[in-house]
Design a protein around this ligand. Structure first.
Ligand SMILES: Cc1ncc(COP(=O)(O)O)c(C=O)c1O
Length: 411
């Protein structure tokens, strides 16, 4: 007797295979393109220089000499890898110093460093929640949050992106679920670049006795006077119970962190499987993140935040004036908040892929977000800027966008 279904059928006959093959045949797949040099404003990619408008290297620190020197010094001192988890033989003095500096930066009791941002979300959310608890999340939350929520086996009460009336409804329902309640939102949403209305969310959480966690992956290193993210910018740091951040964007490295109350973080240190059962990041990554954090916290950091946000505003206004359907900057409490993510809504997947290819051939790389990264029919050219882009780079990008649109077949 054999099984009725071959497990590999899903890989060989999935719903989007035909589309993928057609895109491969036309050399239109935007993914797995190889970068042949540093991730600066202009990159060497597949044999030619291209304007990079798809990087999360918001402050441009991956090429910074001090950050590189710190990575090299850590490599020289501690070797290529630690081959053990943070819990066992994978903690070095650099981790301890970095955790202290992160907590100081965020103004929290403590911080804990994970091997990746993904693991920080999984390791925190999955450990704090039990099957009897309830978790409420925005449908636009990052995949690492949605995966963590599934893994926790807590009751999930999602609400439609930014619909705080629905959040309130879910909080009302959660009150009788019988367990603890956690609300998790992105401070800056990774695809649309919009900012969560944290003052109102924090108020609702407090009114319903729920804990609030904010993922600051895209806000940390750019928003707020100290660059601590959306919670700082919106003045709710003391109302957010747990903040998550990553080193893989502004902090020019790889790894992630959770900042919050000391007793809760101690619990994570001894209970979080994503912390205890994976090897610690390589020393060079920890050294680079620490130096990038030091730059972020220095007066140089504040100049970089201003530059990256000014570049975002410039690109956003430029694309809008060309007639692109740009997702506008968020308005909260009378402020207009730009983030380094500047998405242009294209709609149809195939049209977006065509435009991506025209731009790529013209000498630009942007991220293409199609379903399931975004809703069906909501394909985005997700452009993002760095502090190290010059206006001249952005002007060239705008010319390319204009020409790309003109070259597409009429609908
Ligand atoms: C909002 C958000 N959270 C978490 C992560 C995961 O971070 P990392 O890439 O460091 O694992 C990302 C990265 O893509 C993100 O955009």
């Amino acid at each position: 007797m054999t099984t009725a279904i071959d497990l590999f059928d899903k890989a060989r006959n999935h719903e989007r295979l035909e589309l993928l093959r057609a895109a491969q045949d036309a050399d239109m797949v935007p993914y797995f393109r190889t970068l042949e040099g540093e991730a600066g404003p202009v990159v060497r990619m597949e044999g030619r220089d291209r304007l990079m408008l798809g990087s999360n290297n918001y402050l441009g620190l991956t090429g910074n000499q001090r950050v590189k020197d710190a990575a090299r010094a850590a490599l020289d001192e501690y070797g290529t890898a630690l081959t053990g988890s943070r819990f066992m033989n994978g903690t070095i003095p650099l981790h301890v110093a970095l955790e202290e500096e992160l907590a100081e930066w965020m103004g929290t009791d403590d911080a804990i460093v994970f091997t990746a941002g993904y693991l920080a979300n999984v390791g925190c959310i999955g450990t704090l929640l039990d099957p009897g608890d309830t978790v409420i999340c925005d449908s636009g939350d990052h995949a690492s949050i949605l995966d963590a929520v599934q893994m926790s086996r807590a009751r999930i009460r999602p609400f439609r992106h930014n619909r705080l009336d629905k959040l309130e409804q879910m909080l009302g329902r959660a009150a009788t679920d019988g367990g603890g309640v956690l609300v998790v939102v992105d401070g800056v949403f990774s695809m649309e670049g919009d900012v969560a209305d944290l003052p109102r969310i924090a108020e609702l959480c407090s009114a319903h006795g729920a804990r609030l966690m904010v993922d600051e992956a895209h806000g940390a290193g750019v928003l707020g006077a100290r660059g601590c993210g959306a919670s700082e910018l919106l003045g709710v740091e003391d109302k957010v119970d747990i903040r998550m951040g990553t080193f893989s964007k502004s902090l020019a490295s790889c790894g992630g962190f959770i900042a919050g109350p000391g007793d809760v973080l101690e619990f994570l240190r001894y209970q979080s499987r994503a912390f205890m059962f994976t090897a610690s990041a390589v020393p060079a990554a920890v050294g680079a993140a620490r130096e990038a954090l030091r730059i972020t916290r220095s007066p140089e950091g504040a100049e970089l935040f201003e530059r990256v946000l000014d570049n975002a505003r410039y690109l956003s206004e430029g694309l809008a004036s060309l007639g692109f359907d740009v997702i506008p900057a968020t308005e909260i409490d009378g402020r207009t908040i730009h983030t380094p993510i500047v998405p242009a809504l294209i709609g149809d997947d195939w049209k977006a892929a065509l435009m991506w290819k025209v731009l790529y051939d013209a000498g630009m790389y942007v991220n293409l977000a199609i379903y399931p990264a975004v809703q069906r029919g909501g394909a985005l050219m997700r452009t993002s800027v760095m502090a190290t882009h010059e206006k001249e780079h952005l002007d060239r990008a705008l010319e390319m966008f204009d020409a790309a649109r003109a070259s597409l077949p009429a609908e």
